[in-house]
Design a protein around this ligand. Structure first.
Ligand code: PEP
Ligand code: MN
Length: 258
């Protein structure tokens, strides 16, 4: 088994680091990201440019306008950017602006899309399909060349019988993957719970269970978000989480990067 070297191309993720990716569900404007960069000084920004929505009438993302917007922002600011790839053509467009590709829960089983990503030398954040077994998830990851060095698995909750929250965040999976594989594993408590008040406790639990990081949705004005407004934190709430994780991470031998 090969071992994660802590570095893939320009991207580093060290064993003693706990990485926090944060940003809006959907990219909506340049100002939205600038506000985050200036208020929180974040280096690892997520934002969906191509959105896979349950309803065809819902906001589908800024698409090519969003690519231009990130190009402009990258001329002005230094940050690493993550966005979800949904098709071959979006992979090509996104390859100009992302440091990491994200594959969403709906596309974990899209093996042709996963193979397409082998044409680009970039790390891939692979979300768990909402009904995928761990074995299926790892098999999907192995469609990416050099998978254990290049794929970061992201637990984002699975569908369950429980209706009190959006998904059931499977932290067993994180402990299992850390015990039995060399993959880096992060957790998305935003989609994993769908509830703002559950994000901090599940972020703490993710650190405790051995995750290498988390991904959190935040928006300068959550009530106005064009997608996933129920689970979006405002920037002060995101800052509180970052601060809490900074306090706790040394207990687990880690340092927060965000
Ligand atoms: C997202 O991260 O914006 C997203 C759509 O997540 P998921 O694929 O986990 O639903
Ligand atoms: Mn979302």
């Amino acid at each position: 088994m090969s071992c994660w070297t802590g570095q893939y191309k320009d991207v580093q993720l060290l064993d003693n680091e706990f990485i926090i990716f944060s940003g809006p569900c959907s990219l909506e404007s340049q100002q939205q990201v600038e506000t985050q960069l200036s208020e929180l000084n974040t280096n690892f920004v997520r934002a969906g440019i191509y959105k896979l929505r349950t309803e065809a009438s819902s906001f589908q993302g800024l698409r090519s306008d969003g690519i231009e917007l990130i190009k402009n922002l990258k001329k002005k600011y230094s940050f690493q950017f993550v966005s979800e790839v949904v098709s071959d053509s979006s992979a090509e467009a996104l390859s100009k602006v992302v440091d990491y590709f994200q594959v969403g829960t709906r596309n974990m089983y899209n093996y042709e899309l996963l193979k397409t990503l082998n044409s680009y030398n970039k790390p891939v954040i692979l979300k768990r399909g909402f009904s995928a077994t761990i074995k299926e998830w790892i098999s999907a990851a192995n469609y990416i060349d050099d998978a254990e060095n290049r794929v970061i698995l992201c637990e984002r909750g699975v569908r369950s019988f429980e209706g009190s929250y959006r998904n059931m965040l499977d932290l067993n999976a994180v402990a299992y993957l850390k015990a039995h594989t060399n993959f880096k594993v992060i957790v998305d408590p935003s989609h994993g719970t769908g509830r703002k008040e559950l994000i901090l406790p599940l972020a703490k639990a993710s650190l405790a269970v051995g995750a290498d990081g988390i991904m959190i949705e935040a928006h300068p004005s959550p009530k106005d978000a064009l997608s996933d407004k129920e689970q979006a934190l405002n920037h002060q709430e995101l800052k509180n989480i970052i601060d809490e994780m900074k306090i706790l991470s040394p207990l687990f031998g880690k340092k927060v990067v965000y």
